[in-house]
Design a protein around this ligand. Structure first.
Ligand code: SF4
Ligand code: SF4
Ligand code: SF4
Length: 302
């Protein structure tokens, strides 16, 4: 990594911002979970993904790409031969379930009720809206990528190749929801695999389906408790860990853990300064080395 003098001051400013916001980071965690008007009881918008109904058409991928001005997804189903992750240009991907010919599961941001990404963000560039969606404001983002580290589902991705990189992820089609439209993916799903509604009602619907067909469904609603509860819920007839969803996500809320790790004074006060100085010295030495090499080359040719 090469960071010039100006780059160092930018990084240092980020460090200072993080240090100053250390406490704010922790309070952001509390804010994401408890500020007035912020959804805390999981009664906001949600989606029930019934993987027994998904036909793997990937219409949701195309609709998502269009709604978010991303490149269209690959046309060929060849891409489904390997498990895919979301990317900076693909906010949702459909994966074939391992070992099952006709089972598929879509992946996107889970829009956690108490999102770790938002709690880790020192400037609330990643924020949970009172209406429920967890959205990102590039104009506020420092580029620290704490949100990416904090997310237990490995969802946010970074535009490493861009000159003005942003963090990118599913927005739960917040702009569409604000004007009364459904998320684009749920609108186009032809098979009823995606049901958009209030999360608490979707939870009831999920449990009703399981209780009505106990031999068909695995008795687990993924997202009811994972990471303290998520707006997107999954049910299916195969072990849920096969659905390309994250295994081992803790059932408790993640923000207090993240705030503890990232906002702790020992990290901010003791590790940031030497880290920044280390980056600076490393890049300075490289710059000086490059300078000497250029001078020697000039002398040699002269
Ligand atoms: S899934 Fe990750 S990115 Fe999405 S709201 Fe939860 S913590 Fe944030
Ligand atoms: S809710 Fe919107 S942004 Fe999220 S996966 Fe669906 S279409 Fe994409
Ligand atoms: S649009 Fe619906 S049926 Fe098609 S892949 Fe997406 S979730 Fe499955």
């Amino acid at each position: 990594m090469k960071i010039g003098r100006r780059g160092f001051f930018k990084v240092a400013a980020v460090g200072a911002g993080v240090a100053a916001a250390g406490a704010a980071g922790a309070s952001s965690a509390a804010g994401a979970a408890g500020a007035p008007g912020v959804e805390t009881q999981g009664d906001g918008p949600g989606v029930l993904v019934d993987t027994t109904l998904c036909v793997g058409c990937r219409g949701c991928e195309a609709a998502c790409a269009e709604a978010n001005h991303n490149p269209p997804p690959p046309a060929s189903d060849e891409v489904m031969k390997t498990r895919r992750e979301t990317s900076e240009n693909a906010f949702t991907v459909v994966n074939r379930v391992e070992g099952a010919e006709n089972r598929f599961a879509k992946k996107q941001c889970m829009h956690c009720i108490s999102p770790a990404c938002a709690s880790a963000c020192p400037v609330r560039a990643m924020d949970k809206k009172p209406e429920g969606p967890v959205v990102y404001d590039p104009s506020a983002c420092l580029g620290c990528r704490y949100c990416m580290v904090a997310c237990p589902f490995d969802v946010p991705k970074y535009e490493y190749a861009s000159n003005a990189p942003r963090v990118r992820k599913c927005t739960f089609c917040y702009e569409r929801q604000k004007v009364g439209l459904k998320p684009a993916c749920t609108e186009v799903c032809p098979s009823g695999a995606l049901t958009f509604g209030r999360r608490n009602e979707l939870l009831e619907l999920a449990k009703t389906r399981i209780y009505t067909h106990p031999d068909k469904y695995v008795h687990h609603v993924y997202g009811e408790h994972e990471a303290g509860g998520t707006s997107w819920l999954y049910i299916g007839d195969l072990p849920l860990e096969k659905l390309a969803l994250r295994n081992g996500v803790p059932e408790k809320e993640v923000p207090p853990l993240v705030a503890g790790a990232l906002g702790a004074p020992p990290f901010v006060m003791t590790l940031w300064p030497p880290l920044l100085m280390g980056i600076y010295m490393f890049s300075k030495r490289r710059e000086e080395g490059a300078g000497h090499a250029a001078e020697e080359k000039e002398e040699h040719h002269g």
